[in-house]
Ligand binder design. Structure first.
Ligand code: HEM
Length: 507
């Protein structure tokens, strides 16, 4: 009897859910927004569940609906309505002009879950305050100060590629560049002498890999339940191995530096200045800006070190990987960029210094074009934080709705980039840039939530590429065969297959 009652109850719940979903699936139609054909329990996510990469899903969506002239398209994740803006003016309103209505990434975080409580995940006033505190540590002047920390890792990078070149073996370039950025970021974020370029099984490299592996169950839990509830029950996003290792490393670094008054040119140093003085210091030791309430606590330093590590290494290594992949297929462009690197280095007595890197204008265009064609973050999340009426329509986006900014769709849109599959760095000449809206290039996002580490990301990619292209010519290995399909198992865009390049010494 009890079993029958339980069964009846379960069936009633499922039935109620079906009726509720059916009603929800008309959400966008009721608002006059075009939508797909959602299925019970999955909404429109069935292709993703079956293994389609997020990049491909959103590219298809953008291209299909752009041709209909739609401003945006409504989708459903399970039964929940979400929105993908397509119109370039609407994208600009959401990211820049009316950003205050979309100031959240909609990602889970909780104060009890220390590694999640950082600037990328935070929202509202706490995010604003944290962003204000951190912005001064990412200026051009600070990047210049940190240059040597970045460049000190390039000999290890060149050595590793040289080993493959001398053995006539293809270089697994993504893996090598990920080790490079792991070493750079851990040196720059917490002054650690990480040597993953020399030790493949290095702990930070393995933590970096683990932290980036999407865990479908955890993603669903964080999607379905309220963040305050998860925080209260002690839910943790990352494994205890990651939490305890990071907490130990960062806390020990803070204590060691404070006790021994250690000064280094890295993010940790700048964050410690904020902790101690509430402001950054000038080189002569005086306070850089008027004292304001910008103190950082030890816990905040820990969270921010983690996001610098997380946001900074896979994105940058994928950027350099895609650039070398593209150059391997365009030897003329590769030759041109190598000539520029050689000329600039000659002017600087062969030394790869900050000023030399800044003079490499063609390299800059090449990386920008690579980030256009292969944006490492192909879709950027946003959450609507107050009801928003789309201009010149009657459609209101309700508070709480998630949005996906289709970076990949815009970057491959022939309206902004004719013949979009062609790799052409000249798209980034001043004349060509002037022919399209600024927002048509947004690999780092746009507006007040734009990537904080953009300068550092570009800098470490330039150092890696200049060091490698100065020494080696790259061609696509025979082992790498098309089609080059996006991997559905990573959060940052990368191919399913390894990126294998043949490197030959040139100097
Ligand atoms: C080529 C490399 C990189 C790419 C393509 C990239 C891309 C992005 C994107 C798309 C966002 C979201 C922007 C938005 O919502 O509008 C973002 C945010 C962020 N990135 Fe990067 N990133 C890179 C490197 C870095 C590095 C090296 C760091 C740290 C040193 C970093 C730190 C951050 C932080 C802290 C945020 C959150 C900003 C906020 O929400 O206020 N990124 N990045």
């Amino acid at each position: 009897m009890a079993l029958l009652i339980a069964l009846g109850l379960l069936l009633s719940i499922i039935l109620l859910y079906c009726v509720y979903s059916k009603w929800m699936f008309q959400h966008w139609a009721r608002k006059g927004v075009p939508q797909l054909n959602p299925r019970l329990f999955f909404g429109d996510t069935l292709p993703l569940v079956r293994g389609q990469a997020l990049r491909d899903f959103h590219l298809g969506l953008y291209q299909n609906f752009k041709s209909t002239g739609a401003k945006c398209v409504g989708i459903y994740n399970t039964h929940k309505p979400e929105l993908v803006p397509i119109d370039i003016n609407l994208l600009k309103d959401i990211l820049v002009k009316d950003y205050s209505s979309f100031s959240s990434h909609g990602v889970f975080y909780h104060e009890n879950n220390v590694l999640t409580s950082h600037v990328f995940n935070m929202e509202g006033q706490p995010w604003k305050d944290r962003r204000t505190k951190l912005t001064p540590i990412f200026t051009s002047a600070k990047m210049k100060q940190m240059f040597d920390t970045v460049a000190s890792k390039s000999p290890g990078l060149v050595r590793l590629v040289g080993l493959s070149a001398d053995a006539n073996k293809p270089a697994d370039i993504k893996e090598i560049l990920s080790r490079f950025t792991t070493d750079v970021i851990s040196g720059a974020a917490f002054g650690l002498e990480c040597k993953s370029l020399y030790e493949p099984d290095n702990m930070l490299r393995s933590i970096g890999k683990e932290a980036f592996e999407p865990n479908a169950l955890k993603l669903y839990i964080e999607y379905l339940f309220h963040r305050k509830f998860l925080g209260t029950i002690g839910y943790q996003t990352f494994s205890s191995r990651i939490v305890s290792y990071f907490t130990k490393v960062v806390n020990e670094t803070i204590q060691y530096r404070e006790k021994n008054n250690v000064q280094r040119n890295d993010f940790m140093q700048l964050m410690l200045q904020l902790k101690q003085h509430g402001s950054l210091m000038k080189e002569d030791g005086s306070v850089d800006v008027k004292k304001t309430e910008t103190y950082l606590t030890d816990q905040e330093i820990l969270s921010e070190c983690f996001v610098i590590f997380l946001a900074g290494h896979e994105t940058s290594s994928s950027t350099s990987t895609f650039t070398l992949f593209a150059l391997s297929q365009h030897q003329d462009i590769q030759e041109k960029v190598r000539n520029e690197i050689n000329e600039v280095l000659e002017r600087h007595d062969g030394k790869l210094c900050y000023d030399a890197v800044m003079e490499m204008e063609y390299l800059d265009k090449v990386i920008r074009e690579s980030l256009r064609k292969y944006p490492t973050v192909p879709v950027i999340p946003r959450r609507c934080t107050k009801d928003y009426k789309i201009k010149n329509t009657n459609t209101v986006i309700d508070k709480g709705t998630r949005l996906y900014i289709p970076v990949i769709g815009v970057h491959l849109d022939p309206e902004y980039y004719p013949d979009p599959e062609r790799f052409d760095p000249e798209r980034f000449s001043p004349e060509n840039k002037a022919t399209r809206p600024d927002i048509a290039w947004m690999p780092f996002g746009e507006g007040p939530r734009q990537c904080l580490g953009m300068r550092f990301g570009m800098l470490q990619s330039k150092v890696a590429l200049a060091s490698l292209l100065h020494k080696f010519r790259f061609t696509l290995s025979k082992a790498m065969k098309p089609p080059f399909i996006a991997d559905a198992g990573t959060l940052v865009y990368m191919f399913k297959q390894d990126v294998l390049l043949d490197a030959t010494r040139v100097n």
